[in-house]
Ligand binder design. Sequence first.
Ligand SMILES: Cc1ncc(COP(=O)(O)O)c(C=O)c1O
Length: 396
Amino acid sequence: MSTTVNSALEVKSALLNTYNRFPVQFSHGSKSYLYDTDGNKYLDFLCGIAVTGFGHNHPQIKKEVENQIESFWHVSNLFESSEQEVLAEKLIKASGLDEVFFCNSGTEANEAAIKFARKVQGERSTVISAIGAFHGRTYGSLTASAQSKLWEGFKPLLPGFKYVEFNNIESLENSITPDVGTVILEPIQGEGGIIVPSNGYLKEVEEICENHDLLLIFDEIQTGMGRTGKHFASQWFDVSPDIITVAKGIANGLPLGAVLCSDTVGKKIKPGDHGSTFGGNPVSIAAANAVMNLLDETTLSQIHSKGKILQQKLKGINSPFIKEIRGMGLMIGIEFTEDIKAADIVKSLLSKKIITCPAGKNTLRLLPPFIITEKEIDLFEKTFRGIIEDLHLKSE
Ligand SMILES: Cc1ncc(COP(=O)(O)O)c(C=O)c1O
């Protein structure tokens, strides 16, 4: 790989060893591209893992952020904020829910959602989540993330969680006992490998939750904020959850998370039940207000159509190495057979200056920006096709 190795990283790093990092350092970005410190240009098909939907250095978002930085950076949630109110109104309008709590990240949004759900459900405190889910790294979210590799070394987890198979309605039905009060699901499992719900699954989940008086939380941290071509992926399935959690793309790269909830949940929450020093900080809120203004119906339908074009082009690649191509909007997974490793394809793409990442067991995850052009989609397809063709030649 002809990438730069930061010489500082060749000696022992002062950073805790929590990430396997690629030896590439970026100096700046513009639209769908990032530039490394050697001046190489990379097509960003990852968006910082579903974060920078409107690309790098978007002028409108930048202007709003700069205006806020000129005014003040932080005052705390002890004071009123019309900017938070405006953003909350926009999120309510987009989701059909009633009230919003702001925090800083995805895992925090899920922690808050789990707390709110337990406050509403009282003794029915058990939360059901799906095997393969990823909800975050703090203890509540981690316990809900049913992947044993995430739990190794960190037990005991929190009590009051149960796990069901995703896309298996019987598995959910069979696990409902009198202690269960809440179900949390990603409408499309992201980290789990872009696992799309089977026909009717989410609607049936909603019905079961209604029949058993369970709260339904959709973790839309990866699928939300336009990623699938609607504000929230659950809207494709005509399902109305009680709570939606969002983060990642909400502020195009600044830290912000939100819990959107129904009145039923909202009315149980009182001052002091939950809070955050930084949650909904003015600079992130300014960015998110700009993001919500940009995320209009035209943009959403373009996300949908660009996603279709990308999937169609990828499906035109005839290869026995490709097991399945799936996803919605600009959230697409390419699952490979055991013959090749998704992580190796990520490395090959990076050497050809395209940024992606793996997900699940053996899936290449594509999360290009909403502003991607057809030319850039073609560039991706051509490069990816070339890598697959090279692998065919090598295997002959
Ligand atoms: C669906 C989902 N939920 C929660 C999280 C955790 O978000 P964060 O890393 O901001 O805590 C992620 C992150 O990848 C995610 O994809």
